[in-house]
Design a protein around this ligand. Structure first.
Ligand code: SF4
Length: 414
């Protein structure tokens, strides 16, 4: 194996700005929820955030909170409380940890931010099932609890080519949200404000894409583990100038790293692709192990999921429909495999780690022969790590560590 030496994760300076942005985001939500104005909309991570923002809602993303529950490791203690009221241990652990933590009166927000004691109570909950059905079930539980409207978009699944039929169908569903949202917000949709929000969202997406693509450089200036942290503004603040300013700052820092040949992983010798959900409670451990192995996880489907190159302010509803239907998770295996082939080529990937997340079959792509097909076609080795996004009872540190070490050594051996 590689020489054992003490390694430290190289910090990204822009993280300080991001922490402030996230704090402001949560304080704004907390204040709105306490004062009743502006109205609070809950939104799924790839839901119609642009529409909600344009209609004056402050927008809260429960999946972001789910990731915080995972990273803080509150999740594993909270999940049994949701199991006890009938939510299966096999159901999405974002959902079960979020509901469980609520039942236990816990949130990582109160540890991170003075004065915040609870998640922001919604005025309306808006989902898009493009990811999975779990988000609808999740929002429905809170909608029932608080007696608030739960509305959303039921997406096509297993989409090959995205056609006008798909776009028209989803665009119609997004437009149909306007009336019920106006009833909650008390204001009329201003189409110019929607166009402007879509423009800002597209700009955020383009910058996030540029940030991620810096990792095509050798050595890569950032890792998948960095991107799981720095994607937060692309998720929760897309459609705002704040996110754009942030990614301009981050991009400038990464370009300086490239110019100075500053590597995220010192003496990078192997480059991997991460397919599937992060293991939120083990991000630091995994990042450190890959550092020790001089192996950089340069790219992932997960972080790329907030790139929406189809957003177009000239055609806001239809372009949102197209962007949110082109999402990787919505597509057929042949489309996904073409996408992964392009990523492997673009980032110069030596091997793929498939994360088999126990409670998220939707973001798990190693169950139906995909790794073998990609390996046959591109001669790219792979491993499957069994685990979960939030439920650490499904993850064996020992087993994952051994598998990763053997894989990295195999790839580094000429
Ligand atoms: S895609 Fe997976 S992790 Fe995300 S909400 Fe759905 S089941 Fe949960």
């Amino acid at each position: 194996m590689a020489d054992a030496k003490v390694v430290k994760i190289r910090k990204i300076a822009a993280a300080k700005t991001m922490r402030k942005l996230m704090a402001d985001h949560f304080y704004e939500l907390d204040q709105a929820a306490k004062e009743g104005q502006p109205k609070v909309a809950w939104c799924t991570s790839v839901g119609p955030a642009e529409l909600l923002r344009a209609m004056g809602f402050v927008v809260y993303f429960p999946e972001n909170h789910g990731a915080m529950l995972g990273a803080s490791r509150i999740a594993t203690e909270a999940i049994p409380a949701a199991n006890a009221i009938g939510y299966s241990p096999d159901a999405c652990s974002y959902m079960t940890s979020d509901i469980g933590a609520f039942l236990q009166n816990r949130t990582p927000l109160s540890d991170a931010y003075d004065g915040i004691t609870a998640i922001p109570r919604p005025d309306v909950l808006v989902y898009n099932t493009n990811q999975c059905r779990d988000v609808q079930d999740w929002f429905s539980w809170y909608g029932d609890h608080w007696k608030k409207p739960v509305i959303g978009i039921s997406c096509y699944r297993g989409v090959g080519d995205v056609t006008e039929v798909h776009v028209n169908g989803i665009a119609g569903q997004i437009e149909a949200l306007v009336d019920p949202l106006e009833a909650v917000s008390g204001t009329k949709l201003d189409i110019d404000r929607l166009r402007e929000t879509v423009r800002l969202s597209r700009q955020c997406s383009d910058l996030w894409k540029e940030v991620l693509e810096t990792a095509a450089t050798r050595p890569a200036p950032l890792t998948f583990f960095d991107s799981t942290i720095h994607m937060a503004p692309a998720v929760v603040l897309r459609g705002t100038q704040l996110a754009i300013d942030y990614y301009n700052e981050l991009l400038a820092e990464l370009k300086t790293r490239i110019a100075d040949r500053v590597a995220a992983v010192e003496s990078e010798r192997t480059r991997l692709y991460w397919e599937g959900m992060p293991v939120w409670g083990r991000l630091r451990d995994l990042a450190t192990q890959f550092l020790e192995l001089q192996t950089c996880v340069v790219a992932s489907t997960y972080a790329n999921s907030w790139i929406f190159t189809d957003l177009d302010p000239a055609d806001p509803f239809r372009s949102m429909a197209r962007a949110y239907t082109k999402l990787f998770i919505v597509r057929t295996d042949p489309v996904k495999e073409r996408y992964l082939s392009d990523m492997i080529d673009f980032f110069g990937v030596d091997g793929i780690v498939f994360h088999d997340a126990k409670t998220c079959p939707n973001n798990t792509n190693c169950h139906h022969g995909m790794p073998q097909r990609i390996a046959d076609r591109l001669d790219v080795p792979w491993i499957t790590i069994s685990g979960d996004l939030n439920d650490l009872r499904c993850y064996s540190d020992e087993q994952a560590r051994t598998q990763i070490e053997a894989f990295a050594e195999q790839l580094a051996t000429p």
